[in-house]
Design a binder for this molecule. Structure first.
Ligand code: NAD
Length: 314
């Protein structure tokens, strides 16, 4: 078992809920602390209530547990952020700066700060979006991700902080519901299908977006965090991809299990956000630097989601 003390901030969200058991397996139940504003629905190891906008509370927690690594997952996501842009900006930036500062002051060994495909906007190439494409995001969430990428690079260059990041595509998981993003439909649709319901999709049927099954996202995160420092050439955030599909592709994939399943397409304000994002991502730099390779395509992901959720709704 590895001797580290890991703090996961935003531990009860979509990624944290799935990540905690992986971290427990690597570092041991006692050496992983989940922290969040929300109490967990079910117990997952040690939990501390934390408002990460409060620098003093965060610093006290880091000292009390002698934390050596931080996974900073707390954020307001793309669709939710548009309801109150200043609130979303303040929360995303204040929590980030608190994490970077506490890491600098307390000599935290490694920090993980996820970014997103939302960092890209209208002027980036839509297909095979390269690592170094222009970043002109259309949402306050995307603006906060671009800023976070640049702050991470700054802390690395100026203070030598070992901060690592991935530009996650839309993440699909069975462990919990997503937290207000533009790709949430790709989780909600499975919950409808396994319950024998039809689904009203908030994106148009031909909206192609980059996506990833949570298992791949967790493996990418842990592989990046384990990679020797000499392999990390990108300190803003790595492009990462698993697959790309449209709501119509996903519906067809689900219909191989449930032929009666139907989707209605009722695009709302999230369509404009989706239209500003890449459709496919070029992640050759991640593949080259630390050997990234996804395991899940649409067929395998659909099979996993239906199997897992069928057990939940039995
Ligand atoms: P989520 O919304 O499901 O979870 C975020 C968690 O942070 C919530 O449990 C929330 O209670 C907590 N939180 C919010 N404010 C807090 C505060 N002030 N102090 C402490 N906790 C607070 O988000 P997620 O999907 O798990 O995403 C985690 C990270 O990954 C975010 O940075 C997000 O931008 C990024 N990301 C996620 C996706 C995705 O598809 N899920 C895609 C790209 C990037």
């Amino acid at each position: 078992m590895k001797r580290e003390t890991i703090l996961v901030i935003g531990a009860n969200g979509q990624i944290g809920t799935a990540l905690l058991p992986r971290l427990h397996a690597i570092y041991g139940l006692r050496n992983v602390i989940g922290a969040d504003l929300r109490r967990p629905d079910r117990e997952q190891g040690q939990f501390e209530w934390l408002d990460a906008t409060q620098a003093d509370e965060l610093a006290a927690l880091v000292r009390r547990h002698r934390v050596t690594q931080i996974y900073h997952l707390a954020a307001i996501l793309s669709a939710k952020g548009e309801s109150d842009p200043i609130w979303a900006w303040n929360l995303n930036m204040q929590t980030l700066l608190n994490v970077l500062e506490v890491a600098r002051i307390h000599q935290i060994r490694k920090v993980f700060v996820p970014s997103s495909i939302a960092a890209f906007g209208d002027d980036a190439p839509k297909y095979e979006t390269p690592q170094t494409a222009v970043l002109d995001p259309a949402t306050v969430y995307g603006i906060s991700k671009v800023a976070a990428e640049n702050w991470s690079l700054y802390y690395h260059k100026r203070y030598g902080l070992d901060v690592r990041s991935l530009r996650f595509p839309g993440l699909i998981s069975y462990q919990s519901m997503p937290g207000g993003g533009t790709t949430d439909y790709a989780v909600a649709i499975f919950h409808a299908a396994v319950q024998g319901k039809s689904y009203d999709c908030f994106l148009a049927e031909n909206t192609l977006l980059p996506m990833m099954y949570m298992d791949d996202a967790l493996r990418a995160t842990l592989e990046l965090m384990e990679a020797p420092e000499s392999r990390i050439s990108v300190r803003t955030s790595y492009n990462l991809t698993g697959m790309s599909f449209t709501p119509a592709d996903l519906t067809a994939s689900i219909q191989t299990y449930f032929p009666e399943f139907t989707t209605r397409y009722l695009p709302d304000f999230r369509q404009a956000i989706a239209d500003s994002w890449p459709k496919t991502i070029d992640d050759t730099v991640a593949r080259r630097d630390w050997g990234w390779k996804p395991d899940y395509d649409l067929t395998r992901m659909t099979q996993e989601m239906i199997t897992r959720l069928s057990a939940v709704y039995q």
